[in-house]
Design a protein around this ligand. Structure first.
Ligand code: ADP
Ligand code: MG
Length: 349
């Protein structure tokens, strides 16, 4: 999924430079969106504002960067000193680990989605991610059924012991079984976008779009007469922009996220396996190329896109009926492309 304003920026920029040179003085003022882009949490973050507002970036960019860094510091499994890494290193020790508010929220939200999805979303998926070579890339063929069964005994979100903060004590968490591993890769980017979004609102910022590696949340509109922010939905079988399968319009603080099988996968014995694993079987999910979710906030969109990837359209459409404001689009991994959408998703050409 890409954001059309930012996607077409480079071409439009060239055009604008050429026009300015030809006309010499500023007779025209092109309405380019104001954009800032940098790297964070292993992906690209893009903040987009209305046209001609570069002065706002000096305030906005540090607020967003601070929020994303806070989540990464607590919840990254790639940082040896993150709270999550400490919880993982002490799994089975019975020692409660003190949590910041962000860490406690992240683990609580992950457990919430594990319960709602009846375990299809499972933040203890870590050992299976390792087994399938997503953290080391040293394997060349799929793991044996025996090793999958053994690893499944270390998966299960109900073994997360989370004690929320009280008036007198901070929140704590620990994993009850040795060898367990929390991995919040299916939700942390959404949580980070929501934290940044709320901080910008506390700062009275309006009319912006935050995009963290395809996890997006908007406020207001890109220009005064727009209905909302127009977002292109990528065709999972090609990365060419003009072949996007359509667009959706986000309004009123809405968020969107996509889980796909095309960016992160391992190739074993010549076959591709995607990075979303079904915790009920221990196998990477097959049959779905991508799932896009529109939701009232970015954490919901992120967790739900992973969940709906695992459970597929049949069970997913039923689950969506219980989640107000949530809509989805599945693209099965078969050609010709034949998207399945929930009733509330308005895909435009
Ligand atoms: P992306 O990270 O590309 O945005 P997703 O939001 O769908 O994609 O998250 C995929 C990540 O979620 C994986 O890399 C892994 O960290 C984690 N994950 C994989 N399978 C599950 C699962 N069944 N439940 C929860 N998290 C999962
Ligand atoms: Mg997700």
């Amino acid at each position: 999924m890409k954001h059309p304003h930012t996607r077409r920026l480079s071409t439009t920029l060239l055009l604008s430079v050429a026009l300015t040179a030809a006309i010499i003085s500023g007779c025209y003022r092109l309405h380019l969106p104001t954009t800032s882009r940098w790297l964070c949490m292993g992906t690209t973050v893009t903040v987009t504002l209305r046209a001609n507002q570069p002065e706002r970036l000096a305030t906005i960019r540090p607020i967003v960067a601070q929020a994303l860094t806070e989540i990464e510091t607590d919840l990254s499994i790639f940082r040896p000193n993150s709270t999550l890494a400490i919880i993982n290193a002490t799994a089975g020790h019975g020692t409660p680990i003190l949590l910041s508010t962000n860490a406690a929220n992240g683990i609580a939200l992950a457990c919430h989605w594990a319960a709602v999805s009846q375990g299809a979303f499972d933040p203890t998926i870590g050992p299976l991610m390792n087994l399938w070579g997503f953290r080391s890339k040293t394997i060349t063929e799929p793991p044996t059924p025996h090793s999958i069964t053994q690893t499944l005994s270390r998966i299960g979100w109900t073994a997360i012991h989370l004690h929320p903060a009280t008036a007198t004590n901070p929140a704590t968490a620990h994993l009850t079984k040795p060898g367990m591993h929390l991995d919040l890769g299916g939700i942390a980017k959404g949580q980070a976008v929501d934290l940044a979004w709320h901080r910008l609102r506390l700062n009275h910022q309006t009319d912006f779009l935050i995009d963290l590696g395809g996890n997006m949340r908007v406020h207001g509109t890109p220009h005064p007469s727009a209905k909302g922010w127009r977002i292109g939905i990528r065709n999972p079988f090609t990365s060419q922009d003009h072949l996007d399968i359509g667009t959706i319009i986000l309004t009123n603080g809405q968020a969107v996220a996509t889980s796909g099988n095309y960016e992160q996968y391992v190739e074993l014995n010549g076959k591709r396996y995607t990075h979303i694993i079904d915790p009920r079987t221990g196998w990477p999910v097959s049959g779905i190329a991508s799932v896009t979710v529109v939701a009232p906030d970015a954490t919901t969109a992120d967790a739900l896109s992973t969940t709906l990837f695992v459970i597929g359209p049949q069970a997913g459409l039923k689950l969506l009926q219980t989640l107000p404001g949530c809509h989805a689009l599945w693209i099965p991994d078969t050609q010709p492309i034949s998207p399945i959408t929930s009733p509330g998703l308005k895909l435009q050409k």
